[in-house]
Write a protein that binds this ligand. Structure first.
Ligand code: SF4
Length: 366
């Protein structure tokens, strides 16, 4: 769901949503809650915008003086638009862009003290500022909700992407400069996972090989874990065996495309040989893999894309010891990606944009 609609249509949808079963559930939960001094809402993708607006309207109806502040990845993706257009603030009092552990605490302090908000919490139409992060903080997971399967605790050992060049990708823009984080919080999350019999899922955009090595030494097989990395000649059977011995069960890689024209377009070159060697290494080490694959790239022959996708699936199926899943997605033209920021450089023209959508419509330049 990309929310290709104007401000008024989205507002109307949120107003209508107030009268649905979910709206009634929101209302009941709000009425059962002690009036807070501040409400914070995370909006992670466009599919949450209408629900977030609905919740904001209902909060305002119940507690008109309580400020509502939005943050999260989708809000960050729209940060520049929000800082240019006051209409985003029709019912939302403040916005926070980027990781905000420190800004959030400062905001809570300012609300408690009655002082002015930190300057990183902006009102719609005000200058864009990234929030202050504090990655050394150890997350608190509370009591897990039973929903089947095994409890998974998220952890992060780096922010941003050390590669950071893929033309379709927004992670570098949303997460900021690539940096490794202190491993102290990871150690704490691993200990918590051990206590609860949980698995750990690393949410890094890309864990470098050095960092994978460091995580292996730190975790040392005490819990099972998974993470996302990038194809690399060093991701061989020796390294994958060490990772497996340290508890790594699944690695995700962004293959994206094996078409030459597609790789040239997205500025991410990975040879078929490198990919096949990775499959062999993962099969030998017993590490499951998730392979992200994208079709529908501009100026790339559709049949060629399909042929390569079929080849990828066939290569996986010829390795009976390999547990692998291909996540196949269609290309999305994201406004914060290098392509979205400089469409002319990639031979594209923007043909449509919507206030609450991070994706743009496009056509090929003449
Ligand atoms: S697709 Fe992956 S490797 Fe490329 S910039 Fe995004 S996170 Fe980094």
């Amino acid at each position: 769901m990309h929310l290709k609609a104007g401000f008024d249509e989205v507002e109307a949808a949120a107003s209508a949503f107030c009268h649905t079963e979910i709206g009634a559930w929101f209302k009941r939960k709000i009425s059962e809650t002690t009036p807070p001094e501040l409400v914070g809402i995370s909006v992670l993708y466009s599919g949450q915008v209408i629900a977030a607006l609905t919740l904001t309207h209902l909060v305002k109806a119940q507690w008109p003086k309580v400020p509502v502040v939005w943050g999260g990845a989708h809000v960050t993706a729209l940060g520049e638009e929000i800082s240019r257009d006051t209409r985003y603030g029709s019912c939302v009092d403040g916005f926070v862009f980027g990781y905000a552990e420190k800004t959030w605490v400062e905001l809570l302090d300012s609300v408690a003290n009655g002082s002015s908000w930190p300057q990183e919490v902006i009102r719609a139409g005000e200058e864009f500022r990234r929030a202050k992060d504090y990655p050394e903080i150890v997350p608190c997971f509370g009591t897990p909700v039973a929903c089947g399967g095994r409890l998974t605790l998220p952890a992060q050992s780096s922010r941003g992407c050390a590669f950071g060049r893929c033309a379709f990708c927004t992670y570098p823009a949303i997460e900021g400069t690539a940096r490794n984080l202190d491993l102290y919080p990871v150690r704490e999350v691993v200990m918590e996972a051990e206590r609860r019999g949980a698995v750990v899922s690393f949410k890094d955009s890309l864990i470098t090989l050095n960092r994978l090595d460091e995580l292996s030494k730190l975790i040392d097989g005490r819990v099972q874990w998974s993470g996302c990395t990038k194809l690399h000649p060093g991701l061989n059977a020796d390294l994958l065996r060490r990772l497996a011995a340290a508890g790594c069960r699944t690695l995700e890689v962004g293959l994206e495309t094996l078409t030459e024209s597609g790789q040239e377009l997205i500025l991410k070159r990975q040879t078929p040989k490198l990919f096949l060697e990775f499959l062999d290494a993962a099969a030998a080490a017993g590490v499951s893999i998730v392979v992200n694959y994208i079709t529908g790239f501009p100026r790339v022959d559709h049949d060629e894309e399909q042929r390569w996708l079929t080849k990828v699936l066939a290569e996986i199926s010829t390795r009976p010891n390999l547990v692998a899943k291909v996540e196949h997605n269609r290309f999305q033209f994201e406004r914060l990606s290098p392509m979205g920021r400089q469409p002319e450089r990639f031979g594209l023209v923007v043909t449509g944009s919507w206030p609450w959508a991070s994706v743009l419509d496009w056509k090929l330049a003449a």
